[in-house]
Write a protein that binds this ligand. Structure first.
Ligand SMILES: [Zn+2]
Length: 329
């Protein structure tokens, strides 16, 4: 059964000034580019609406295979990012937060700063983009630590995000580096609560001090954690279709974003890894309408949440908010 769709709603969504605050550059690789290096690459089986990954390893293995096949140089990153950003503009996106994986420097032999600069140079004038580096739980060994510390001095570099399998141990350097990043004026995030439960979400908040959570959907299982998120104003960058295809036990029909939203948690909507999930941002918004009964006004509120958390001056934010208000009933 394909994803439900409504052309009129889609057009409404396209016009809203939206944000995308949870996007992996490697996972956003356009299929056309992948086919330049793998001409016989079929449409991924995971693009089917009812597809479910067996586990994170299944997902990661595929993504690494595709991501590393293309992202072999700063120039390839540049082309990939440029095409992704152009597509954002076509969908009415005004603001993007994306990350590249520090693992490409660690395992792929690339220079992390050159990747950052290549992505930065791909940003079109009409789009605001903030670039993060994703670091996995064991990604700060002797070779990577100087690279990560250096990144905190890069001009225009937005911050860091904790990536990768959630069940690997949280190592002691994490809190230290995350604190150093904030001290350097960078923004800090972590992936949590996509696989592990509320305790891990609480740990990245309390021990690592992250300012925003990627996914965080399992926070819905714990009322006191929900209260903490609301009180501290911590937003969750949620990716419904990604969770539908990857998070154990989660489907669009039972997605906890509805409960989190109703409890007053600031949730935003993003795509995560479109090469793996076959989605774009409009698909994710539409899915919330069809499968979790988000009304048009509630979809507008989700867009507003994204504008609220965007790392921009209030002057620009207010321009977008005023534009968004024109689309409300
Ligand atoms: Zn992610």
């Amino acid at each position: 059964m394909p994803l439900k769709t409504d052309p009129e709603l889609r057009e409404f969504l396209r016009k809203l000034p939206k944000t995308e605050t949870h996007l992996h550059i490697e996972g956003g690789l356009p299929l056309e580019l992948l086919r330049e290096v793998r001409p016989s690459m079929p449409e991924p089986a995971s693009w089917a609406h009812d597809f479910k990954y067996r586990d994170f390893a299944h997902f990661e293995q595929e993504l690494l295979d595709w991501g590393f096949a293309w992202h072999t140089s700063p120039e390839q990153y540049h082309r990939s990012a440029k095409m992704q950003f152009e597509r954002h503009l076509d969908l009415g996106v005004r603001y993007v937060e994306c990350s590249f994986a520090s693992g490409v420097a660690e395992f792929g032999g690339l220079n992390a700063r050159e990747i950052f600069l290549a992505v930065k140079e791909a940003i079109p004038n009409e789009l605001e983009v903030r670039i993060f580096m994703g670091i996995h739980h064991t990604g700060c060994g002797p070779e990577m630590r100087p690279v990560i510390e250096d990144s905190l001095t890069w001009e225009g570099f937005a911050g860091i995000d904790l990536h990768g399998p959630e069940d690997l141990p949280l190592e002691p350097w994490t809190a230290e580096i995350w604190a150093a990043a904030r001290l350097a004026g960078k923004f800090t995030k972590a992936h949590a609560g996509e696989f592990l439960g509320p305790d891990f979400v609480r740990r990245v908040l309390d021990e690592v001090g992250v300012q925003r959570i990627q996914h965080g959907i399992r926070a819905a299982e714990d009322a006191s954690l929900i209260e903490q998120l609301v009180t501290q104003g911590i937003a969750l960058d949620v990716c419904p279709i990604s969770n539908h295809k990857l998070s154990p036990g989660v489907t669009l029909e039972n997605h906890p974003i509805r409960e989190l939203y109703d409890a007053g948690v600031k949730v935003t909507v993003s795509t995560d890894d479109p090469i793996s999930f076959g989605n774009n941002l409009l698909d994710d918004y539409e899915a919330l309408h069809h499968y979790r009964d988000f009304s048009r006004d509630e979809l507008v509120q989700l867009v507003r949440n994204g504008l609220d958390v965007a790392l921009v001056e209030d002057e620009l934010r207010n321009v977008w908010l005023a534009e968004l208000a024109e689309h409300e009933n």
